[in-house]
Design a protein around this ligand. Structure first.
Ligand SMILES: [Zn+2]
Length: 283
């Protein structure tokens, strides 16, 4: 089933007197939301017992939890030592995800830095193949690795690049960040058809099954000529992209993605706004 929820907790959560992630499931229920993304952006630092306590609360409320692997992962790095560390960050994230009882781990693929783009992409694909192998050996076949489309044109993570990454393993699925795609391309989403083009390309590229269950990040994002500058809230009317046509397309294609809202500070409110809009659409 399609799911809506925020990435991380926001000021409202704190203002409502909450402080710990174990309180998130009740908070989501209050806001009629379905899922939550826990970010390990700056590193995987959580105790097994804490993660299990959080997981138990999510299970009790029948809500989903996904994780975001550290931002400093770069599978296209030229340095072999850093490439080894990537494995630790990915598999620590998957271990924590298991304690949480979730099944999706989002990852930023990487950047060429000073390397030539094609070479960097070839290296990244080789490294991802190794990740797929290890993932299988370590018993994580039941977890999805969600490869994210990135907001800056210089980063590896265009729609086409993510499609080719997903081809490497049956548990690799796309994390389509529509704000990122909009930012890296300088503004491409305005109408239903703009979104349909991407969904149709995905259907062909990764297959219907993976497209149907894809992971989605959604927020409005300010951009410059190089792409992403910063995340905005749904109050923005300048940069977009708009969520309404995307919700209509999800409904029309009967897709069942997990939609994680990454608005700057209003992610709970904005996720709930998307969900309400989606369910008010006529069948
Ligand atoms: Zn991300």
């Amino acid at each position: 089933m399609i799911k809506f929820g925020p990435s991380g907790t926001c000021a409202e959560f704190t203002l409502a007197g909450h402080s710990h992630t174990v309180e998130v499931p009740a908070w989501l229920k209050e806001h009629d939301l379905d899922c939550f993304e826990y970010s390990f952006g700056r590193g995987v630092r959580i105790q097994e017992s804490t993660a299990k306590a959080i997981g138990a609360e999510f299970a009790k409320e029948n809500l989903e939890i996904s994780v975001h692997a550290p931002y400093f992962i770069n599978l296209a790095t030229q340095e072999e030592e850093k490439a080894e560390n990537n494995h630790r960050y990915i598999f620590d994230s998957l271990a924590a995800l298991t304690f949480f009882g979730g099944n999706r781990c989002v990852i930023h693929p990487g950047s060429p830095l000073k390397a030539e783009r094609g070479e960097a992409m070839a290296l990244l694909l080789k490294r991802l193949e190794k990740v797929a192998e290890l993932k299988h050996e370590l018993g994580y076949d039941d977890k999805y690795l969600c490869l994210e489309t990135m907001g800056k044109a210089a980063q590896l993570g265009s729609l086409e690049e993510v499609i080719s990454m997903c081809a490497l393993d049956k548990t690799f699925i796309p994390c389509i960040d529509f704000g990122h795609l909009n930012a890296r391309e300088g503004g491409i989403f305005y109408t239903d058809d703009d979104y349909k083009r991407v969904i149709e390309r995905l259907m062909k590229g990764v297959g219907e099954d993976k497209c149907r269950i894809m992971h989605v990040h959604f927020s409005k994002i300010e951009y410059s000529a190089k792409g992403e500058v910063r995340h905005l809230t749904f109050d923005d009317e300048k940069f977009g992209p708009p969520f309404e046509p995307l919700m209509r397309v999800f409904k029309e294609f009967d897709l069942q993605p997990y939609i994680v809202c990454e608005s700057a500070g209003t992610q709970t409110r904005d996720a709930a706004m998307m969900k309400r809009y989606y369910y008010e659409l006529e069948r």
